[in-house]
Design a protein around this ligand. Structure first.
Ligand code: URA
Length: 209
């Protein structure tokens, strides 16, 4: 896969435009995020390894295509990652699920881990890390560091919006991790928010402030 894939499918772009608008309700935002996550999941799993299995149709036997290898692992970067996770699990119900919790230290501004729970045999699975906003890239890079320490070798990163700064940071730290996103926005503001963006994804999907 390329290092950055922007999914320019018309349905993704249309839904994203609705989500960006500030007067969209929490319920509508969540529903659209769930729908987009399924379209993005389709793209991020496009090149999964396949094998065949002998099956009987009502007509005859055939060698039919099935996914090869271990069940893939979806890893949500808390808390906003959960907004992408739910829709993806509808599409890939047998996926294993992990969670990475990071907060930003107010003094050092570095990400600090507060929770980490991932499926076993991570080294044998495709791991898809999900977080709607790739902004500075600091927490994404830290989350991928932790996944690699836990053994993950084949990792993809799925987000809704990416900033050029975050993409560059990820490329520098983890050039082996392809990024799939619905849009590459213009830049970050001085507080690390994506412009034009959609605001705080966690607040918008959970109705907090
Ligand atoms: N996280 C968000 O939720 N929004 C941004 O714009 C940047 C980081």
């Amino acid at each position: 896969m390329d290092h950055l894939t922007v999914v320019d499918h018309p349905l993704v772009q249309h839904k994203l435009t609705i989500m960006r608008q500030k007067d969209v309700s929490t319920g509508e935002f969540r529903r659209l995020l769930r729908e987009i996550s399924q379209l993005l999941a389709y793209e991020v799993t496009r090149e999964l390894p396949m094998t065949t299995k002998r099956i009987d149709t009502p007509m005859q036997e055939m060698d039919a295509p099935v996914l090869a290898g271990r069940k893939l692992a979806l890893v949500s970067i808390l808390r906003a990652g959960n907004g992408l996770l739910d829709g993806m699990l509808e599409l890939i119900p047998s996926a294993r699920v992990g969670f990475v919790g990071l907060y930003r230290d107010e003094e050092t501004l570095e990400p600090v881990q507060y929770y980490f729970k991932v499926p076993s045999e991570l080294d044998e699975r495709l791991v898809i890390a999900v977080d709607p906003m790739l902004a500075t890239g600091n927490s994404s890079v830290a989350a991928i560091d932790l996944l690699k320490e836990a053994g993950a070798k084949d990792i993809r990163f799925l987000c809704l919006l990416a900033a050029p700064e975050g993409v560059a940071r990820m490329k520098e730290a983890h050039p082996d991790v392809p990024i799939v996103t619905a849009a590459l926005d213009e830049r970050l503001n001085e507080k690390g928010y994506i412009l034009p963006g959609l605001g705080d994804a966690g607040d918008r999907m959970f109705g907090t402030k």
